[in-house]
Design a protein around this ligand. Structure first.
Ligand SMILES: [Zn+2]
Length: 337
């Protein structure tokens, strides 16, 4: 396909919307919030074809598909255009960059829906996982009343690994940075920086999950994404499939959902890199189990950094810059799927 230079300077967001003639849930699905995470884009393009060709029928409700949520990052095949769209996601009165301009059209779109499925992929090898929000609460940070529905959605998608506690842990890290800044950039951090698509959705009274479908270029990732969208549509009673499509999705593992034994991890701490000399004790992969007392790394000067409880190390970044997140810690959650 010949790409005009307009792709390098996107001026619109492409949205595909199917308005059912019967009332029902309002679901929005996003791909490529990070521009180099294209499994969702591929899956949504396939589903648009299936809907347009009548292999899938919308029974009720509103289905909105955004295959490329960040067109600048997508055109650059990069995570970000001018900044990370999935941080500090708010519609600003005076946009400062490309992602602010996207937020001004994407945020009202999110607000007009009840349920969000946000499709991502990740950098290093590993199994797909789902990120969910908090338990029902009336706290100041992320008040929420749809934990049951959100948990049911997470359980239906396919992956067995579910992670909770993101915004709370992010805010905990912000509070620690405020108290003990290691760089001037950390002196005025903002918990709002932890607000991405799902957090924005919950703040608007809806619910939603982030599905990390696999490594960026894993050939299975688009199938994981497609399966998850179909399972979401089925869970919400929004689609009927013609037999051929059902057979195809069955073959792809999207059929009758076999019972999955889920592992639910709760993020509870984030450890920043404090010095260029900080280093891990070994090469960690995300979700490697750790035991209480185990040495995870060493601070510059040799002081060990030790796991305080049994759990898992999450999102370890051996190339973290000083003041950036070095790794997160998770422990088993009480949530049952
Ligand atoms: Zn992502």
């Amino acid at each position: 396909m010949v790409r005009s230079t307009a792709f390098a300077h996107p001026t619109h967001l492409r949205v595909h919307q199917y308005l059912g003639l019967n009332p029902g849930p309002r679901l929005i699905v996003l791909g490529a919030v990070h521009g180099n995470e294209t499994c969702g884009t591929q899956a949504l393009q396939g589903l648009i074809e299936a809907l347009d060709q009548g292999r899938l029928t919308l029974l009720r409700g509103q289905l909105t598909l955004v295959p490329i949520a960040n067109p600048l990052a997508y055109a650059r095949h990069a995570r970000e255009g001018e900044r990370n769209l999935n941080r500090k996601l708010v519609p600003p009165a005076i946009p400062q960059d490309f992602e602010d301009r996207i937020a001004r059209v994407l945020c009202p779109l999110l607000q007009a829906h009840e349920v969000l499925l946000d499709l991502h992929s990740f950098h290093t090898a590993g199994a797909p996982f789902v990120m969910v929000g908090p338990h029902d609460n009336q706290g100041a940070l992320e008040p929420f009343a749809h934990a049951e529905a959100e948990t049911a959605l997470a359980a239906a998608l396919g992956p067995r690994l579910v992670v909770e506690g993101w915004l709370e842990t992010y805010a905990h890290g912000v509070a620690r940075r405020r108290a003990h800044p290691v760089t001037t950039a950390q002196a005025a951090p903002d918990p709002q920086f932890g607000v991405g698509t799902t957090e924005y959705m919950r703040a608007c009274g809806g619910y939603g999950v982030t599905l990390e479908c696999g490594q960026h270029d894993d050939p299975q990732a688009p199938a994981v994404a497609r399966r998850a969208v179909l399972r979401t549509l089925r869970l919400l009673g929004m689609v009927a499939e013609v037999p051929q499509e059902a057979a195809d999705t069955e073959a792809a593992g999207a059929g009758a959902v076999a019972p999955v034994l889920h592992t639910v991890m709760c993020l509870f701490d984030v450890i920043d890199c404090a010095h260029a000399g900080d280093h891990f004790s070994r090469e960690w992969a995300s979700f490697d189990p750790v035991r209480a007392g185990e040495v995870l790394g060493y601070r510059d000067g040799g002081r060990p950094v030790v796991a305080e409880t049994d759990g898992w190390i999450v999102f370890p970044n051996p190339r973290a810059q000083v003041g950036q997140e070095w790794f997160y810690l998770a422990r088993a959650s009480a949530r049952r799927l």
